[in-house]
Design a protein around this ligand. Structure first.
Ligand SMILES: CC(C)(COP(=O)(O)OP(=O)(O)OC[C@H]1O[C@@H](n2cnc3c(N)ncnc32)[C@H](O)[C@@H]1OP(=O)(O)O)[C@@H](O)C(=O)NCCC(=O)NCCS
Length: 157
């Protein structure tokens, strides 16, 4: 498995990847709609197969991670993708990397905290608002937990 930067040529495949893994070609977080063509990212690949992706966006001195997926869990893919974004953020002199995950995603909450991210905010009911824009967001999320809130995590650089 290796990783490389996403390019414009990857957009159709990234859209398909999001459709298959996040139910649509866009992601909604804190009221903002993110489309793949406005984001930077890395893809993890094994031969012709995509086994993971991360997308992110820079604004001023911050980097926001918009999506992170690993299709082969427990093999270091997620860690490698996160490290690549953190390295890129340092190169651009960012002061922090942050992301939104959801209240049901207990695995992601553990994963990020073990890698140096800290919980900074709970945005109560924010997913209920996102669902108005993206009705495909389920009412019941991972671990059979009602999917309601956004949780913000950050790493200060
Ligand atoms: C969260 C997610 C990205 C993690 O990806 P991943 O590829 O499984 O991550 P890693 O393999 O790097 O790490 C997972 C575990 O495997 C272990 N691991 C890593 N490499 C390993 C290896 N070579 N052999 C054995 N175990 C290994 C790690 O120690 C880690 O355990 P820890 O978190 O207790 O330290 C993945 O679970 C995922 O795609 N989830 C669904 C989408 C999602 O929730 N995305 C985030 C929402 S914002």
């Amino acid at each position: 498995m290796n990783i490389r930067l996403l390019t414009a040529n990857d957009l159709p495949r990234l859209r398909k990847f999001w459709r298959e893994n996040w139910s649509d070609e866009f992601v909604v977080a804190h009221g903002v709609i993110y489309h793949p063509d406005t984001l930077d990212g890395f893809v993890a690949f094994d031969g012709d197969e995509w086994v993971g992706e991360v997308t992110y966006t820079f604004s001023d001195v911050e980097c926001e991670i918009v999506s992170l997926d690993s299709l082969r869990e427990g093999q270091g893919i997620g860690t490698k993708l996160i490290n690549a974004v953190v390295d890129e953020s340092k190169k651009r002199n960012c002061k922090r990397v942050f992301l939104i995950t959801t209240n049901d995603n207990l695995h992601a909450l553990g994963f990020y905290q073990k890698r140096g991210f800290e919980l900074v905010a709970v945005h109560r009911g924010a997913v209920n608002e996102s669902r108005k824009i993206k009705p495909g967001i389920p009412l019941i999320g991972m671990n059979n937990i009602p999917l309601r809130d956004e949780i913000e995590l950050e790493m200060n650089l």
